[in-house]
Design a protein around this ligand. Structure first.
Ligand code: BGC
Length: 503
């Protein structure tokens, strides 16, 4: 029998419950939404480095690649090639606002189901693509799938989880993102040697997690919060008993009912979000996502093979190095799962800032010194050192800004603005992922090694923000954030009260 946990700590409400097998099953199935997202992040860089793909859709880039020695930093700089990667995120941006409505009106579960359907159609169009238009439309549909999944899955996980392990359960979303990226790296490594249709295999296998999410979703429940919010009160109580594995769920049930009553008084959640009282969680949700992207992580996730070729590896070695960074990304996420509910959110974010700042700075320094635009290569030793630094950078990101960029926005909004507020988090992630995906290769071409200092500067800013403005949410029940956190955010310098005076 699973252990009984007392959910809550210190002066927080204590709800009783077990960590049931049913919750574990729901978490794993929902997290497949993260796998779909991760697979997409990881697959595009490798596919856009495949010659067969380039010859078919981007012959000009293929030609330029043949003369790679002309400029180390610029061989892949092509707006259309970047559009292939980034169109998905632009579509996801728009889709997340629609998904937020679907999520609150019909529930988290149907939102996930719709996402998997979008995704499957998108996979068919991209993998079966005969011209660039078809491939881009496919990417847009994949983006709608990602927008819907990223809106529903983190909320689903945060609402389903017992407070005491909410951080850890929610991070299973990020864990599956990283597993998706790693699988994509491995698939690319293998498929790049299958000519001429390896890229179709790479793009087509994205359908598997979508199928699992689609069929698996019939076995999972709706969250009690979403049921009660939509007036299915008794069903909500029944599901709460089922997921907590105990009969007496009165305390938690009452706290959800209270939150729902407050929520019902708010007819226009988006308007309520714009009020000064909603500002702290909203600004935090948006900034965490903006900062997450300005760590530069996706420059590495999307373009690792390209980046590793830039510093002098051959095609295979570059793909293999990205498999290694992908594996480190997965393994380091476990550190976060272990520590997030013990050490707390802030300390992980701050430690990682130091680690990421140092690694970005040193990489920038080495490239600036030794990798000129033309007629220059890093020595093998230096190239291996750069890959090691990239691994250390990814490690820091994976136990902090990666998972917490999703966790914190999904747990800090009161119910009445939760789906609307979280839509801002998802869309900010997508917007800035789009910007990095669209601009990185051009930035690399123009700023050369300076791009690493650009990201390093952002890391300083996000560290200061975290230090001064981020409240700790470890151990606070999801429906008690207002009284436990936002009503107590202080009035000294560096507090939200001080900040809202000048924002
Ligand atoms: C981010 C992605 C990133 C991934 C890397 C996620 O949290 O949202 O943009 O590629 O982490 O693991």
């Amino acid at each position: 029998m699973a252990p009984v946990v007392v959910i809550g700590n210190g002066d927080m409400p204590e709800f009783e419950g077990r960590i049931t097998v049913y919750v574990a099953v729901c978490v794993v199935i929902a997290a497949f939404g993260g796998l779909m997202f991760g697979y997409d992040i990881g697959i595009s860089g490798g596919v856009t480095a495949m010659d067969d793909f380039l010859k078919k859709f981007f012959p000009a880039v293929y030609e330029r690649k043949q003369h790679a020695h002309e400029n180390n930093y610029c061989k892949y700089d092509n707006q259309y090639l970047q559009l292939f990667t980034s169109s998905l995120y632009l579509a996801a941006l728009g889709a997340s606002f629609v998904a937020s409505k679907v999520c609150s009106k019909y529930g988290r579960k149907p939102t996930m189901q719709i996402s998997s359907v979008f995704f499957m159609i998108g996979v068919a169009l991209t993998a079966g693509g005969v011209n660039i238009e078809m491939v881009i439309i496919g990417r847009i549909l994949l983006g709608c799938g990602v927008g819907f999944a990223n809106q529903a899955v983190p909320l689903f996980l945060s609402e389903l989880a017992p407070t005491k392990i909410r951080g850890a359960l929610n991070i299973s979303f990020q864990l599956f993102i990283t597993i998706g990226i790693l699988i994509a790296n491995l698939v690319n490594y293998w498929a790049s040697n299958i000519h001429p249709y390896g890229w179709r295999i790479s793009l087509g296998l994205a359908g598997i997690p979508a199928l699992v999410l689609c069929f698996g979703s019939f076995a999972i429940c709706e969250t009690p919060t979403s049921l009660i919010e939509r007036n299915k009160v008794e069903k909500g109580r029944k599901i709460l008993r089922k997921i907590r594995g105990v009969d007496n769920v009165d305390d938690e049930f009452n706290s959800i009912v209270n939150a729902c009553e407050m929520a019902r008084q708010v007819k226009q959640p988006f308007r309520k979000l714009m009020k000064p009282a909603s500002r702290p969680p909203l600004v935090i949700a948006i900034l965490l996502q903006v900062f997450q992207q300005f760590t530069g992580i996706n420059a590495i996730m999307f373009y690792a093979p390209v980046l590793f070729q830039t510093v002098g590896f051959g095609n295979d070695a570059a793909l293999l190095s990205s498999v290694i960074t992908g594996a480190i990304n997965v393994l380091s996420t476990f550190v976060s799962i272990y520590l997030v509910d013990k050490a707390g959110r802030k300390i992980l974010l701050l430690e990682a800032c130091v680690q990421m700042l140092l690694t970005q700075g040193i990489i920038g320094g080495i490239l600036m010194k030794d990798l000129k635009a033309t007629d220059s290569y890093l020595s093998h030793g230096e190239a291996v050192f750069v890959v090691t630094l990239v691994c250390l950078f990814v490690m820091g990101f994976a136990w902090s800004w990666g998972p917490l960029g999703w966790l914190i926005p999904s747990e800090t909004f009161p119910l009445e603005t939760r789906t609307a507020g979280f839509a801002f988090a998802v869309s900010s992630n997508m917007l800035f992922t789009f910007i990095i995906a669209q601009a990185f290769l051009s930035m690399l071409c123009h700023m050369q090694a300076g791009i690493f200092f650009f990201f390093a500067a952002w890391i300083v800013i996000m560290g200061l923000f975290t230090w001064f403005f981020l409240p700790e949410t470890k151990g606070v029940p999801v429906d008690s954030m207002v009284e436990k956190v936002w009503n107590n955010i202080g009035s000294g310098p560096g507090s939200w009260v001080a900040m809202t005076r000048w924002v």
